[in-house]
Design a protein around this ligand. Structure first.
Ligand SMILES: [Zn+2]
Length: 213
């Protein structure tokens, strides 16, 4: 995949047009939404909700403060010539769809074919986490994870498969439950070599059967 200079997958975030609002402003916005939903934001049960929502946002969207490329910067080269596939499967994540702010719950499977450089396996999970804790669409998140690993580790191949349930689809709109979206990004050997790709897919198991739903 060739990269244009204005790469939408870059780990660098777009510069916001306006400065970050204060926590007070954020809480006021939640207050307005509660009112708009039809409730009384000043009743006892809802009084602390704007503050709770603001704190929850800090957790759900903590990925904006992280640089996933940095997680991969410390590598090991002493792997006794190990040059076969390394796979971390079933990395559970929680994200939010950027269209409805509804949860996206799923698992990512990440594999790469090292080119001398190997990372601590937990670092792959941290990369998934950093991108998940942002507003996302599944296809974009999938491509961002693969691109980040490709860019920093420069492996012979990268494979990323994501299976997820989108609550904007299960709890509203078409109300389709039990529907899992599966996306994949394959780079290098995993794209060129069907045998390697098949090996990866068999290691992660049949993507559509490993979800809780
Ligand atoms: Zn959505």
């Amino acid at each position: 995949m060739s990269q244009s200079p204005k790469n939408p997958l870059s780990a660098k975030l777009p510069v916001p047009a306006e400065p970050r609002p204060s926590r007070e402003e954020a809480e006021r916005a939640v207050h307005t939404l509660l009112q708009w939903a039809g409730d009384d934001p000043d009743r006892e049960g809802l009084r602390d909700t704007p503050a709770r929502v603001a704190r929850a946002y800090e957790d759900w969207f903590s990925g904006y403060a992280e640089d996933p490329e940095e997680f991969l910067s410390r590598t090991f080269e002493e792997v006794e010539g190990y040059d076969d596939m390394i796979v971390l499967k079933d990395i559970r994540f929680e994200s939010h769809c950027e269209h409805h702010l509804a949860p996206i719950i799923g698992r990512a499977h990440v594999g790469y074919l090292p080119n001398n450089k190997v990372v601590g396996i937990s670092k792959l999970a941290r990369v998934v986490e950093a991108y998940a804790r942002r507003l996302q669409v599944q296809e974009k998140m999938n491509a961002q994870i693969a691109h980040c690993i490709q860019k920093v580790l420069e492996p012979k191949g990268v494979a990323v498969v994501i299976e997820a349930v989108h609550q904007c689809m299960t709890t509203r709109g078409v109300h389709k439950t039990g529907v899992t979206m599966v996306t994949s990004s394959m780079h290098g050997e995993f794209r060129k070599n069907p045998l390697k790709r098949r090996e990866f897919l068999s290691v992660i198991g049949n993507p559509s059967s490993s979800m809780d739903g």
